[in-house]
Structure formats: C-alpha cells, structure tokens
Design a binder for this molecule. Structure first.
Ligand code: NAP
Length: 302
C-alpha cells in the first residue's frame, strides 16, 4: 500500500510517500480503507523526536492517530462492525496510509463528510478530558488559551454548551469565528490579564491552556495567584509552575466519540476543516500544522 513514512527524526523533508506492507487486523481490530487522516500537532512533534521521552517511536513510522474510512477487514471477536461500515476512530498503525488498523471506532453518519468526521477523535477526547478535570459548573467563566485551533474550537463549544461563559484567545482574524462559537474573544500576548479582566470582571474560574505558548503566568494571575483549576495540554513549563499537564495517549471510548460524531452530524457541534491535502503532500500539511495558526483541522486524503 502507499503510505507516508519517516525513517529518521527531523523536519518535514523526512516524510516521504513509499510502499509499505499492508496491515491486517488482530483480535478486536478492524482494518479501514482510509478516506481521511487527521493531521495533529503531535504528528510533527513526534517526527521531530520531541516526544521520545514520553512516547518512544519505532522507526520506520507511519504518522497519524486519527482515521476515517470504510471497514474492509474485521479481526477475531469484532461484532459491532462489519465489512462496508463507514467509521471514524483512532489508528494503531498510522493514519497517513491507504489502509490502517483501529480498535476504537465510531460509526460515521452518512451525511457527515470524511474530513469533518476525522477532526473529532483527538480534539473531542482532549477537550472532554480537560473540561472534566476542570470540573466546570454551569454559570462559571472559563478562559481558553488558543480557542480557534482544532482542539480549542471544540473545547469552546463543549464548555459553552455546558452553560459556561467562555473567554477565548486568538489572533484578531479569528475573533468573529470565536464569537460564532459562543466565546468572548481576546487577543493573546502581552496585556492579556487586563484584556481578560475587562471582558470578565466577574473573574476566571478555570483555565484551559490549549496553545501552550507561555500564558500560564497570566493564567495564574487571573486565577488570583493559584494554580488550582488550570490545565495545560501543551506547555512543558507546567511542572515548574505547579500547573497540571494533561497528556494524551488515552483513546476516547467509542461511546464518547459516537456522541460527538452525532453532534457534528446534526450541526450542534461546528467542526472547521482548515485545509485538505492529498496524502503525498503530508510534509506540506505538517509544515502548516507546525506554523500553529491553522483555523480548524488539517486533513490528508489518500
Ligand atoms: N496533551 C494532549 O492530550 C494534547 C492533545 C491534543 C493536542 N495537544 C497539543 O495542543 C496544542 C494545540 O493543538 P491544536 O490541534 O488545537 O493546534 P492548532 O489547530 O494548530 O491550533 C493552534 C491555535 O493556537 C493559536 N495560537 C497560536 N499562537 C498562540 C499564542 N501565542 N497564544 C494563544 N494561542 C495561540 C492559533 O490561533 P491563531 O491562528 O489565531 O494565532 C491556533 O488557532 C498543540 O501543541 C498540540 O500538540 C495536546
């Protein structure tokens, strides 16, 4: 099969399209003919070798945790899915390929585009995991640092739906988008504390730091000097400041993913697809991901 592979750590140029052995499902797994693969920031961090201390990579490696596609082989013991089913979920073998194995998948509603469905596994699981950690209550005010990206946009909507007032940071160009998602937008960077206080004089009850771009000191100040109810998913300085870092690697359950996929299909959850690339252009997609300003999801299509 065709797949994007890297044999060494480095820049986008280490990614290349090549022939790789086709995977076949073991017990509890399905094989998908991939229709869309999600591009995550984790993919370029892994490719650069930055994740080796936490999640060692076996080289050569096919990147990509998120896949959507049609089941074409079913492993022993799988009863919930059959050949021909359209599903979305978490790949165990790498999504940047013509075929991928998966264990946790949800049915993809017929009306939902492949590229939209594939935006949900990582962003949906991460958002829900962190909002659960923050124990956000109805009527509280949440600050989301980095609200316009793939994860932030889902986190904003889930928090708004739970009854929270959400203040979210983004560059000016994304402020109308954040308003449409139900958030009060503010620009990130110097002066953040004052800008947030101006729009949320009631105070900030919890902070979800999605972007990991140095906003933790301001977040602590906005929380009145405590690190309580601040969670980051991307700032490596968290431990030094006593802030909770929530790591990934825990796949969402099929039930949680199924719920979120349905919300996207019925339009309750808005899922923005920033750009779709052919599989062969994975390096370009990851380079754009690495720039860190995509509004919504970057997707590859084999
Ligand atoms: N630990 C975990 O479980 C986990 C899971 C998923 C993702 N992550 C991490 O979370 C981060 C975000 O992922 P993503 O997929 O949402 O990325 P993304 O789609 O690339 O979004 C990045 C967003 O960050 C915003 N941004 C850029 N510079 C910023 C700054 N200085 N302050 C605040 N926001 C800024 C951008 O907004 P503008 O375009 O408006 O500048 C953009 O919308 C990545 O580092 C990723 O590795 C961690």
């Amino acid at each position: 099969m065709e797949a994007i592979v890297f044999e060494e750590f480095g820049g986008p140029e280490v990614l290349h399209l090549t022939e790789a052995p086709e995977p076949h499902p073991g017990p509890g797994q399905v094989r998908l003919k991939v229709a869309a693969a999600g591009v995550n920031a984790l993919d370029y961090k892994t490719r650069r070798g930055w994740m080796e201390a936490f999640m060692p990579t076996k080289l050569p490696s096919i990147p990509g945790r998120e896949v959507a596609g049609t089941v074409d082989e079913v492993g022993e013991g799988v009863t919930a899915f059959a050949v021909g089913d359209e599903v979305v979920g978490w790949s165990t073998t790498g999504g940047y390929a013509q075929y991928a194995l998966a264990e946790t998948v949800a049915p993809k509603p017929a009306g939902l585009a492949w590229e939209t469905a594939v935006a949900l596994p990582v962003a949906g699981e991460t958002s829900q995991r962190v909002l659960d950690l923050l124990e956000l209550a109805n009527g509280e005010t949440l600050l989301v640092n980095g609200g316009a990206g793939a994860v932030g946009s889902i986190a904003v909507q889930l928090a708004v739906a739970s009854g929270a007032t959400v203040v979210a940071t983004a560059s000016e160009a994304n402020h109308d988008y954040l308003r449409a998602l139900g958030a009060i937008p503010v620009v990130y960077g110097e002066g953040l504390v004052e800008r947030v206080r101006a729009v949320a004089p009631q105070g900030i009850d919890a902070v979800f730091d999605v972007a990991g771009k140095g906003a933790l000191p301001d977040s602590i100040e906005l929380r009145g000097g405590t690190t309580d109810r601040i969670v980051t998913i991307a700032d490596q300085a968290a431990a030094d400041m006593g802030v909770t870092f929530s790591g990934g690697g825990v796949s969402s359950t099929a039930e949680a993913l199924t719920r979120q996929v349905r919300l996207a299909a019925d339009g309750t959850l808005r899922v923005e697809v920033a750009k779709v690339f052919p599989l062969a252009e994975a390096a370009r997609a990851q380079a754009l991901s690495e720039e860190g300003h995509a509004r919504g999801k970057l997707v590859l299509k084999p």
